[in-house]
Design a binder for this molecule. Sequence first.
Ligand code: ZN
Length: 190
Amino acid sequence: MSLLNDILTFNEKFVSEKRYEDYITTKFPDKRLVILTCMDTRLVELVTKAINMKNGDVKIVRNAGAVVSHPFGSIMRSLLLAVYELQADEVLVIGHHDCGMSGLNADNVKSSMKERGISEDTFDTLEYAGINLDEWLTGFSSVEESVAHSVDMIRNHPLMHDEVPVHGLVIDPATGKLDLVASGYETAEE
Ligand SMILES: [Zn+2]
């Protein structure tokens, strides 16, 4: 309850003191880049600081694990909009070591839900409706493989432009060090 109040109180000052002026930019990314990365708290600022990007330089799409799990889901739509509507010419997928999606187990997630009061009936109903929660709530075993898979999905998407390089990287959430998994310059058609 008090967190929201703190947020709103701070925000009033932020606006009245015109502290937004440091961040004024446009909706178009100056570095013509869109990044898909993880929602991990350690990466909130680190992921952009570690690659010398500031407010206005890049579009950023985040989810749990930096994964594209559905070719027509909201992540893929965001990447396509960044390319076609918002002037992004390259795509970076940045997964990270020690990710919560690494080794994520559907049974554990379901147990937590049950402990918090989600009933067995609800799980049964969803299952009868054809929703495969075990698949949906499962993470990946290797972040490198997961990044490579997402990169492939983006590159091979029927609506993605052939000339857009799609790169895959893994970041260390402590040091910010990047390791290259896949360079899009080798596959993009010039
Ligand atoms: Zn993560």
